[in-house]
Design a protein around this ligand. Structure first.
Ligand code: C5P
Length: 220
C-alpha cells in the first residue's frame, strides 16, 4: 500500500529540513525535501540562461527537467540529469530566483505531480515530506500534518549560523524577503485545519526532533 505520509510545512529557517531528515532517520522511513526540487528547477533555469521571471520560458523547459533523487535520509542527493546539484542549489544565486519560479501555477502542478509519484513509489512504511504546501496541497489527506515554526528572530539567528561568511543582517533580510514572496503564493505561517503546530523557539534540535516523533506516534 501507500506509505504513511508525515507532512511538514514551515517558513525558511524553521529547521524543517534538518528536523524532518533526522525524524525520518529515527523512524527508519524515507525523506522528501520538496524545496530542493524547486531549487533544482531554479538551478536548471539559470543554467539554461533563461529569464526566471519569464514564466512561459520556464514552463517550456519543464519537459526537459530530469530530476532524480534517492529518498534515504542519510544519503540524500539531488540530481538534474547527470549533475549532482545537492550543494549548488543552496547558493545565494539560486535561492534568489526560486520564489519567482515557485509562483508559476504550472510549475507547482508539475512538481506536485512529481512529488506524489515519488511518494507512491516509496519502499518504506512511511515518508517524511517537507515544504511549504505539503499539509494543504501536496498531501492534504496525510495522517500526520505538522507546521514547524519558530520566532522570526530565532529563525534568522539559526540561518546565519549555518551560512558562514554572510552578515546576519544580510541573511535576515534575504530570508524575510523570500518568506514574504512565498507566502503570497501559499500560506505556511498559519496552521490549516487539523494541522498540529510544533514551535521550536524554545527547543534545541534534539527536542524538536523528539516533538515531531511524538506527534507521529500519537497520530499513527
Ligand atoms: O525549503 P526551501 O527553503 O529549500 O525552499 C526553497 C523555495 O522553494 C522556497 O523559498 C519556495 O519558493 C519554494 N517552495 C515552494 N513549495 C514547497 C517547497 C518549496 O514553493 N513545497
Amino acid at each position: 500500500g501507500l506509505p504513511i505520509v508525515v507532512a511538514v510545512d514551515g517558513p525558511a529557517g524553521s529547521g524543517k529540513s534538518s528536523v524532518s531528515k533526522a525524524a525520518a532517520r529515527k523512524l527508519g522511513w524515507s525523506y522528501l525535501d520538496t524545496g530542493a526540487a524547486y531549487r533544482a528547477l531554479s538551478w536548471f533555469v539559470v543554467q539554461r540562461r533563461l529569464d526566471p521571471t519569464d514564466s512561459d520560458a520556464v514552463i517550456d523547459a519543464l519537459p526537459d527537467f530530469d530530476y532524480r533523487i534517492g529518498t534515504h535520509p542519510d544519503t540524500y542527493h539531488v540530481f538534474v540529469g547527470d549533475h549532482d546539484v545537492t550543494d549548488v542549489i543552496r547558493e545565494p544565486e539560486v535561492t534568489a530566483v526560486v520564489s519567482a519560479i515557485a509562483r508559476v501555477p504550472e510549475v507547482r502542478a508539475f512538481l506536485t505531480g512529481l512529488f506524489r509519484a515519488i511518494i507512491a513509489h516509496g519502499e518504506k512504511r512511511g515518508i517524511v515530506v517537507e515544504g511549504r504546501d505539503i499539509t494543504t496541497v501536496v498531501c492534504p489527506d496525510a495522517p500526520v500534518r505538522i507546521l514547524l515554526t519558530a520566532d522570526e528572530q530565532v529563525r534568522m539567528a539559526r540561518r546565519s549560523a549555518e551560512l558562514t561568511g554572510h552578515s546576519a543582517a544580510h541573511v535576515g533580510e534575504a530570508l524575510r524577503r523570500r518568506d514574504a514572496a512565498d507566502s503570497r503564493v501559499v500560506d505556511f505561517m498559519n496552521a490549516a485545519d487539523g494541522v498540529i503546530t510544533v514551535d521550536s523557539t524554545d527547543l534545541d534540535f534534539d527536542q524538536t526532533v523528539d516533538a515531531v516523533i511524538a506527534v507521529v506516534q500519537k497520530e499513527t
